[in-house]
Write a protein that binds this ligand. Sequence first.
Ligand code: PHE
Length: 345
Amino acid sequence: MSKYIDNISLAIETAREKLASASSAAELENARVSLIGRNGAFTALGKDLASLPSEERPDAGKALNAAKEEVLALINVLSAKIATASNLGEKERAEDLTLPGRKWKIGRKHPVNIVIDDCVRIFRRMGFIVAEGPEIETVFHNFDALNTPYDHPSRDTADTFYFADGRLLRTQTSPVQIRVMEKQEPPVRIVAPGRCFRRDTPDATHSANFHQIEGLYVDKDVSMADLKSVLLQFARELMGQDVNIRLRPHFFPFTEPSVEYDFSCVMCSGKGCRICKHSGWLEISGAGMVNPAVFSNIGYDPEKWSGFAFGMGIERIAMIRYKITDIRLLYENDGRFLNQFVNIH
Ligand code: PHE
């Protein structure tokens, strides 16, 4: 009896070693056949049972079955392991160090985001903080509170995208001015970059979806000179120290007086070229002193507070800076275009 049990123990030891060294499905199959196949070690042990004295047979049989079960369980575990290993991708298998390396594709910032981040960095250094507002706006925030007359053409459904519930896709970042002033008391010093939408037919200089960066400064005794110095400082930080700006009278409902401001042409330094249409100046965007009516609309005392606001098109600046001649290139997501903008920051 003990001799027979010893033989089972020995067979189990051998089985464990054989199975442990099997590293492929074929090797595992060979091991299986040599253990529990027709001429396998455990099959032979089964045959030997018959020659044992009958009183020893039940215990010997139990021991043999337990051993066979262990072997079967081992085989199952191993075959699952081998199956997973053969499904692994190249990376998980042992590395072949002779293969050439794989080139990493490094992501880049979109030119629109490069310009937004540069503008924000410059204004932050001047003490402005970033504010945000929703892209889906109310008529109140986008037009009414900004003192826009009810018959102003920008309210028309031909210019503005409206929702069935009366809300709209903001046509400018100026409603962020209102959102900020509703929430906080002066002084205010914010810039608000963001996406805007207008019902424009796309062409080389128009897109139905574009970006602006808004600025709002409210305090006591703020003057046009403050506005001009902020814009000049900004222009020089962004485009170079030899850039000049000029303000031209204009009209916006929410600023009074209002101006449009230009940068001196960065291509020809103001001498006149094709880019500036021989004027020496590049139109950037609008600005002005906050209209007292806007302060009244949101509950600031116009006798006490004064301020300036400005808003400029990000794509316009990106196009000037990178000499992009068609705004649509910015939205086509073409790697050949986008990979040219090295993000230096
Ligand atoms: N919101 C104006 C536009 O979209 C720009 C602007 C902003 C003008 C702030 C004055 C003050 O044209």
